[in-house]
Design a protein around this ligand. Structure first.
Ligand SMILES: Cc1cc2nc3c(=O)[nH]c(=O)nc-3n(C[C@H](O)[C@H](O)[C@H](O)COP(=O)(O)O)c2cc1C
Length: 399
């Protein structure tokens, strides 16, 4: 991060004690750090500590030097990233409402207007974090492109993220391209489930990890992201708008409704949608004492990827295809056929029979096939890396 400047904005949380370490780690990675403190933050740690840690003067009030413009306006010496860490419930809500009445909130307001990336690291008691207005404000800021890191919810607290997680996020933000800025991306992820009776379901082993990695990558590249999420176990990032869907029908309806509500530039259909659903759902729990055998007749579920181009012909469509134990050539061939049927622009095929690939793993191997059958092979890598490579291809095609 050589020649990159971070404005570290500290607010009145006990987690402020982590700030000297955060600053030093950022500096170890090459960044220059300037500190801004709210009045309440100054009651928790002394500005001298941050002045010592960063080697730079600390902004504790706004004066005739218009420190907020110097740091987050346009021109020489401005910050490349505004990092609010720790961020109190109070400051998060003020930022979301466009209120700037502390040095921190004024720097953030200015950064918004100058297009400087803003990263927020919440820390507070869990009860404060669960306040519906705070939750809503976090979502609002996420939809405005603010990146959130953490919190870790444990022991009744929404604790500040680990220093390493914060520093990694800053490095990622300052080194990745913002090539999806102003783009709207819709991702489907996770499994869907179908009811046999009120308590029994059929589903698949998808965890949602690949889709969540795609959402994280899209957010970090500046996209506005909506995730239509089946009942997966991976935790989606705060920055995305989340629409929950349980059954294939619900997911289908959610996707169509999103596509009708706004113009999405890109749809990435990662969800492992159940291909069949029971023709009829028993309205009562089928008793095991009576039924020795149960025959369930299945019908096909609606094909979400086939509906995307019908509803929104100009949206760039990326499908995912999971196969089992095929050769590379068979995998590519089968994916290509599916791409043609859905009129998709790209399809990412993986073989979940291979080691380290597919459901519930943290890694994946994909073949990205385009409409001219040109193939980009991404060998076994973390799902985040696969997401990055996928977006490199997408962004190239969007140009
Ligand atoms: C010792 C102490 C610790 C606090 N810790 C937190 C915290 O972790 N998170 C939070 O949202 N508020 C916390 N507060 C309350 C905030 O400091 C208070 O809401 C204040 O108005 C925040 O102002 P600021 O956002 O301008 O810094 C704490 C207050 C005190 C006195």
């Amino acid at each position: 991060m050589k020649d990159r400047k971070v404005a570290l904005c500290i607010t009145g949380s006990v987690a402020a004690v982590k700030c000297p370490e955060i600053a030093r780690e950022l500096m170890r990675n090459g960044a220059e750090v300037s500190t801004v403190m709210s009045v309440m933050a100054q009651k928790i740690i002394h500005p001298y500590l941050m002045e010592w840690a960063t080697g730079n003067p600390v902004v504790t009030e706004l004066t005739g030097k218009i420190e907020h413009v110097m740091l987050a306006g346009e021109g020489v010496g401005k910050a490349d990233l505004v990092l609010v860490a720790p961020a109190t419930a109070n400051t998060i809500s003020k930022i979301a409402c466009g209120i700037d009445d502390t040095p921190v909130t004024t720097v953030v307001s200015t950064a918004f207007g100058s297009g400087i990336p803003i990263m927020v690291v919440p820390a507070m008691h869990e009860s404060m974090y669960r306040h519906p207005v705070v939750t809503e404000n976090v979502r609002k800021l996420g939809s405005l492109g603010v990146e959130f890191v953490g919190p870790r919810v444990e022991e009744g607290k929404a604790k500040i993220a680990e220093v390493k997680e914060i520093v990694d996020a800053v490095i990622r933000s300052l080194t990745v391209k913002r090539d999806l800025a102003k783009r709207k991306v819709l991702v489907t992820a996770g499994p869907t489930l179908e009811y046999i009776d009120p308590v029994r379901v059929m589903t698949n082993k998808s965890s949602g990890k690949m889709g969540v990695a795609i959402v994280e990558e899209a957010l970090s590249r500046g996209a506005e992201v909506t995730l239509v999420y089946g009942p997966g176990t991976a935790i989606p990032p705060m920055g995305a708008k989340i629409v929950s869907a349980e059954t294939s029908q619900e997911m289908y309806e959610a996707v169509v409704s999103e596509l009708k509500s706004k113009k999405y530039d890109v749809v990435i259909a990662v969800a492992a949608v159940t291909d069949w659903a029971p023709e009829k759902k028993y309205e009562y729990k089928v008793p095991t004492s009576i039924e020795t055998e149960l025959t369930v007749k299945m019908r096909p579920t609606p094909k979400i990827i086939d509906s995307v181009k019908k509803v929104s012909p100009d949206t760039f469509l990326v499908a995912f295809r999971a196969e089992y134990n095929l050769s590379d050539e068979e995998l590519i061939q089968s994916a290509y056929k599916r791409l043609k049927k859905a009129k998709a622009d790209l399809i990412a095929a993986n073989d979940v029979g291979r080691k380290g690939v597919g459901f519930a793993c943290d890694t994946n191997e994909v073949f990205i096939v385009d409409a001219n059958k040109k193939v980009v092979h991404v060998p076994l890598a973390t799902k985040r890396e696969v997401a990055k490579r996928l977006f490199d291809v997408i962004v190239n095609k969007l140009k």
